[in-house]
Design a protein around this ligand. Sequence first.
Ligand code: ADP
Ligand code: MG
Length: 668
Amino acid sequence: MRPLPAAFAKLGLAVLADLLLHLPLRYEDETRITPIDDLRPGYLQQVQGVVTHCSVQYKPRKQLVVRIADQRGELSLRFLHFYASQAAQFATGNVIRAIGEVRSSLLGDEMVHPRYRVVNEETALPDSLTPIYPAAAGVSQTLLRKYIAQVLERGDLVDTLPESLRRTYALADFAGSVLTVHRPPPDTSLAALSSRQHAAWQRIKFDELLAQQLSLRLARQSRRALGAPEIPAVSALAERLLGGLPFALTAAQQRVWSDIKRDMWASYPMQRLLQGDVGSGKTVVAALAAAQAMDAGYQVAFMAPTEILAEQHYHKLRSWFEPLGVGVVWLAGSLSKKNRDLALAQLQSGEARLAAGTHALFQSQIEFSRLGLAVIDEQHRFGVAQRLALRQKGVQPHQLMMSATPIPRTLAMSYYADLDVSVIDELPPGRSPITTKLLSENRRQQLVNTIRAQCQAGAQAYWVCPLIEESEKLQLQTAINTQAALQAALPAMRVGLIHGRMKPAEKTAMMAAFAAGEVNLLVATTVIEVGVDVPNATLMVIEHAERMGLAQLHQLRGRVGRGTGKSTCVLLYQQPLSELARARLKVIFECADGFAIASEDLKLRGPGEFLGARQSGAPMLRFADLTTDANLLESAQAAALEMLESYPAETAAHLARWLGSRQEYVKA
Ligand code: ADP
Ligand code: MG
């Protein structure tokens, strides 16, 4: 197919066929003319009149002012930017058709910078609403309309959805829907079109969701064609690990462990996302899976996004596995070259069976002799986990991803449709709920007094410094100042500081001192956001909580309430609060459940936060909106199964239409 002019690439359009699905953002109604004295302010309306006067005025600034009149009224058109040649178009007696919003000024009703053209009394009105397309520099509406007209006349409008499926899901036909959306007839409800609830839009959104489902399912099928080690579900090492734990697994932990066992027993690689609220006990489940893999003669890699978190895993794994005679290798950026080379050699020879470290390290060329399982903690921090560059010849390792940022159901069904998801939906017994308090910044002194009293009674606290997105330097300085001020206010306490710029060894030493109870109050930048586990810490202060996202607040709050003591999280905020900040604080105050918070987050800010994690792993949705189109998503999911089962040709045609030249979105 003939390529489009280069400028179209800015809109993601490569070939003519792509324009079929380059759909209007909105419409303007040029099918009728409103008499000037019927104009209502606040609406886009079209008028037609004869030029009675035109002049360039210089006060208060240079502008072109045109007066037009129809049979019943008069209106000014005002242009602040104009060319000298424009004045000629407004010769007295010319007929002007203009579209814009009317407003009242001192000089009477006017339209500022209306769209207009010179017509004559006979110029016909268009018989469909005028679509307004996403445009770009060098790609005007006019140019877009020209190419879209071509594709509507000569393009492929064949319905890729079999008749029977169209009937089952009560969907309009494709050609009719596309035509309606591009060229809505005048009797079309503008409201239904604009809200995209019109049957034509429903069909298009359905098709988009269907394409996403199909491509993710196909990606999953092709992954299934890869071989993976078959790891027996019965493992003496796992039983011994379980027997040595000071607690019993919760029912939810048992259930997800069964899911994992079933996956690892299969001959294709597991891709499971293990979700569970902070503190729900994901790590021990992963450790049990690791035990199984090792028992079957395979190696296991345990990865975390930050060195602090990776180190916690390392210590935890050692405490569990060393008594069972299994050593753990530590892989982090701070290792000396000698130690690092040693660790790598042990992994390459197969002598080492279990390694913990940061994700970055595992991504650089590590060779395992028999990697059977990769555990990836806090998956949402890494981005697309399946892009993991775990080089391995022959069989692929099983992958277990863990996330404490719950993915709302609609997202799990769409963008994450190629992963299997297990959820730990209960907390271990004996946790006391965290009390959340909202406190205005001007009550800081009172808060410091509370901290003094609590720390004197043996409690420990975190103090989280504000996120300063514009400047890392400023953020660091704020943390240093806060530590100094708190230390001065609490001379009998030891106030520690931890931030992202510290050397890993310094961070480790500080975390160890806090865990050992030698530091009473730990001032931190958001480095402690994920995974840190110090059960004696029962108070968390979050400064400028209004600047943080819901998921982040929830993660931070989850750092306390890990032991049996009563815990409190104080959210310090600065007035005035924006609408969004107020809404967020309300949610976090009222809601303790991560899943409920995640779905509120989705409503408040859309899927961006969650999608960061997928990056280009899944085809993006341009038209469907997961908060309003959940019902379409369910139909699309069911239809995709049927398509893959019974309609291979239609499936291929559908994917070509929707993802044809956008294949970069679907590289699985
Ligand atoms: P997360 O899901 O946030 O990663 P962790 O795995 O760190 O949670 O578990 C939080 C704490 O709860 C850890 O100290 C862990 O040992 C403990 N824990 C895990 N499972 C249970 C259980 N079934 N009963 C009691 N404590 C548990
Ligand atoms: Mg964890």
